[in-house]
Design a protein around this ligand. Structure first.
Ligand code: NAD
Length: 492
């Protein structure tokens, strides 16, 4: 077994990054940060005091005045540097992500790659946007020009499951356009963003352009409600997301809220199962089922049901569990002890409501890491759409197999769900695939793809209870961070 070395065993008590300085928090509200594979403390995270969060906002506000005046090509130069330092430190950031979150190293590497892509996309979009839009002679002797102006300070609130990536769905676009930010990573996985900020220091951004504060609800709410913050981006659960959206609206703030999911993966009778199974494994059990794009409900249409069930369960039983830094491992632990208990609670609920547990991942043992928060893949058969396990987001390695007579029935099931983050279809028929993509109410559609994760150059979409707002993360958010001004000109 090859276990890659951890970057550090313990990262100490995390500091806040305010106005270009690492600040020791005065907070007495300090929590342990865990390595979930080992049940070992790897850092302590202080929940910043209100004054500290306000200081970070103040620093961002002051920095904004100068930063917005810097010519766009100069801001882009900072982002080019940022791309280079991130490339240099990509493996380190990935390993820390695995250490704090538990996902396997290849998944962390993919996350880091996407994070860098967002920096690249922000450079590209900044160049094209800074040209503005102009129309000559809209009336005799009159021209009209659209100008985008940066708005000011933004709060960025992240989830635990993509701890380094999610802030990069927003931050590079915000800063290249002239805004400044205060980032609040998840309190469960704060180390990857903490380390990324350390790496970012090499870029030499002016103090206050990017700030990082730690904490939970109180810190997030200070960011959302503070009069000097123009808007917030939030990625997390639907329960909290709905609250964030309301609070932001009450305070007249812009908000992008990307929330929870319950994704359906439909397998048609003509699907190529040999090719589909590996991607289905990654969809349902990659990131230990803790992705907003994870497969949750596997819908077998017609007579594919028996062969699909057999092959799916066989492949799931072969997945190797362990510490994600071990390159031979297919699935890491779930993120916390509490998450493990919650997922087990759902499995018990499924049994209680009459679903048949045909693969039970509750009592797996990983010899080298007996204290890790491991759960093997669990598969339920005979699931009906009205069961709790088919409706609620479990956010763990649990697959529910449902049956549908035909495509219409499968689409109806999907469209009845409260969520609308992703829906995928496996088929050899272009006609079915087209029908599916047109009729399903979900933001991200996979066709013979089990995780329909959009590249940085596309919006990270979402519908229904999976999304609140108008603009999405990644390239879509350029309009979020800017306001539009139209200049109508006539010269005599
Ligand atoms: P969560 O909602 O528990 O926490 C998200 C963030 O909100 C954290 O930073 C947390 O500190 C903060 N928070 C907690 N209470 C708050 C409050 N009252 N007000 C303001 N902020 C508060 O989510 P999580 O468990 O960290 O992340 C998993 C969830 O995120 C899943 O539901 C998953 O589907 C979702 N997710 C969605 C997307 C997407 O793009 N749609 C992407 C990744 C994750």
């Amino acid at each position: 077994m090859v276990v890659l070395e951890e970057v550090k065993k313990h990262y100490g008590r995390l500091k806040l990054y305010i106005d270009g300085e690492w600040v020791e928090s005065e907070s007495t509200d300090v929590h342990p940060v865990m390595n979930p594979a080992k049940d070992e403390v790897i850092a302590e995270v202080p929940f910043a005091t209100k004054e500290e969060v306000e200081r970070a906002i103040e620093a961002a506000k002051e920095a904004f005045e100068k930063w917005r005046e810097l010519p766009m090509p100069s801001r882009i130069q900072y982002l080019f540097k940022l791309k280079n330092v991130l490339e240099e430190h990509a493996e380190e950031i990935s390993r820390i992500t695995t250490q704090n979150h538990g996902k396997i190293i290849d998944e962390s590497r993919g996350e880091t790659r996407r994070l860098i892509e967002n920096v690249e996309a922000a450079c590209a979009v900044a160049y094209s946007l800074s040209k503005g839009e102009h129309m000559d002679q809209i009336a005799a002797g009159i021209d009209e020009t659209l100008i985008r102006e940066p708005l000011g300070v933004f709060g960025i609130i992240g989830p635990f499951n993509f701890p380094a990536l999610v802030p990069f769905w927003f931050m590079p676009y915000a800063i290249v356009l002239g805004c400044t930010v205060v980032i609040k990573p998840s309190e469960i996985t704060p180390v990857p963003m903490h380390w990324t900020m350390k790496v970012m220091e090499k870029v030499g951004l002016p103090p206050g352009v990017v700030n990082v504060v730690h904490g939970s609800k109180d810190v997030a709410e200070t960011l959302i409600t503070h009069p000097d913050v123009k808007g917030v981006t939030f990625v997390g659960s639907t329960r909290v997301g709905r609250h964030v959206y309301k609070l932001a609206a009450e305070h007249g703030k812009r908000a992008i809220v990307q929330a929870g999911a319950k994704n359906f993966i439909v397998v048609m009778p003509d699907a190529n199962l040999e090719k589909a199974i590996p991607t289905l494994m990654s969809s349902f059990f990659g990131n230990t089922g803790q992705r907003c794009l994870s497969g949750a409900n596997l819908v077998a249409v017609g007579d594919i049901y028996e062969p699909l069930k057999k092959k799916f369960v066989e492949a799931a039983s072969r997945l190797k569990l362990g510490y994600g830094l071990d390159e031979s491992v297919n699935m890491g632990p779930v993120v916390t002890k509490r998450a493990k208990e919650r997922i087990i609670g759902y499995i018990e609920k499924g049994i209680e409501e009459g679903a048949k547990l045909i693969l039970d991942g509750r009592n797996v043992k990983v010899e080298e890491y007996p204290n890790g928060y491991f759960l093997g893949p669990s598969v339920f058969d005979d699931v009906t759409p009205d069961m709790t396990i088919a409706k609620e987001e479990i956010f763990g390695p649990v697959a529910c197999i449902l049956r549908a007579e035909n495509l219409d029935e499968a689409i109806e099931m999907i469209n009845k769900s409260n969520y609308g983050n992703e829906a995928c279809i496996f088929t050899s028929s272009g006609k079915w695939a087209r029908e599916f993509r047109r009729r399903v109410q979900a933001g991200n559609i996979g066709i013979n793809i089990g995780i329909a994760a959009p590249m940085a150059f596309f919006p990270f979409a979402g519908m229904k209870d999976s999304f609140f707002g108008v603009l999405h993360g990644q390239i879509d958010c350029v309009d979020f961070f800017t306001d539009k001004k139209v200049v109508v000109t006539r010269w005599w």
